[in-house]
Design a protein around this ligand. Structure first.
Ligand SMILES: [Zn+2]
Length: 138
């Protein structure tokens, strides 16, 4: 295994997400009472405080909300600088932080707010697959 970056340890709260990721699915927590998706996984809905949370399969699509170019990093990420981190507006609602792919970190003016993105997964270990987002249109 060549993945050399931090690997999350799932908790009972986050295990469904990683089970989905292993199958290439972006599972998202959704409140059964107000029907809103939230990210990151929580025991209580951040919008209406309900504890009735389930998981839905997201489209794996979204748009760039904002981004930043990273010039310094630690561990395995140090080998990747410069790279771009971004907030993704998920099509289902709320936002996810990612390392953005399909962009030129040396030409940040070429990166467009609102660019369409799709999720992809890196296999970090036997059971852990990590989501990253890639710009799929200019
Ligand atoms: Zn809610």
């Amino acid at each position: 295994m060549s993945y050399n970056k931090p690997i999350p340890t799932p908790s009972p709260l986050t295990q469904p997400f990683y089970d989905g990721a292993k199958e290439g699915k972006l599972l998202l927590p959704r409140c059964q009472d107000c029907n809103r998706v939230h990210w990151y996984p929580r025991h209580i809905c951040p919008f209406c405080h309900s504890v009735n949370i389930d998981w839905i399969e997201g489209s794996g699509e979204g748009r760039v909300h904002t981004f930043a170019v990273q010039h310094r990093a630690f561990g395995g990420w140090a080998e990747e600088v410069p790279f771009v981190t971004a907030y993704i507006d998920l099509n289902e609602g709320d936002r996810m932080v990612t390392v953005l792919r399909g962009v030129d970190a040396n030409d940040p003016a070429s990166i467009r707010i609102g660019a369409k993105v799709k999720v992809e997964f890196d296999q970090a270990s036997e059971d852990i697959h990590i989501p990253f987002w890639r710009v799929v249109e200019e």
